[in-house]
Design a protein around this ligand. Sequence first.
Ligand code: ZN
Length: 206
Amino acid sequence: MAIDHAKEPLYTADEALARLKAGNLRFINGEARFPTVQKEVLADLAKGQQPYVTILGCSDSRVPPELVFDAGFGELFVIRVAGNVLGPSILGTLQYAGLHLRTPLFVVLGHEGCGAVQAAIASRFDGTRQASRIEILLEQIIPALDALDPDAAPDELLRAGVEANVRRTMRELLETPEARARLAEGHMRLIGAVYELDSGRVRFLD
Ligand SMILES: [Zn+2]
C-alpha cells in the first residue's frame, strides 16, 4: 500500500453515496459500465489512488463490492472480512483510509444470508461450537445479537442479526477518537447497508 498524501476529495460524502446508489441501480438493471479496464485508466491509476469511499464488507463470494456498485478500478477502497467485523488490522486499514486517502464516505456493508452471522446466532442461542479461530471471529459478532428475539423464525432472526451486526460495527467505529473527530468536522459520513442476495439491491440503513 503506497502512502498517498491527502488531496482534496473528488466528491463530498453525499455525492459519493449518490454514486454508489446509481452504480447499484445500473448493476440491478444489467447496465454495468465496466466490462474491461482501459490502458489509459491503468496508466493514470499507476500514479496514485483517490477512492471516494471506503467499504468494510464480508468476504462472501456473492457480494463483490466493485460489481455490486458497478465501480471501476481506483473508486472503492475495500476491506473484506467474514462478518464485516473490526479487529486490529481492519482498524489500521480504516485509519489509513481516513488519514491518508481521506475518503469522505465509509460504508459498513453486510448482506443477507451471512454465514458468519448465522454461525454467531447458532453459537449464541444453541451453544454450537466452531474451530478455534472461527470462534474468535464469532466473538466479534455475538455481542451484536443481544437484543434479538431467539424465538423469531430462523429467517427473521438471521435478517435481524445481519442488520444488528452492521450497526454494532458502526457503533464500534464511531467510538474511535479519529472517527469522532472527522465526523464532527463534517467531512466524513458513515453509513450502514445490507446487500440483498436475491435482488442484487443494496439497502442503505437509516
Ligand atoms: Zn457474510
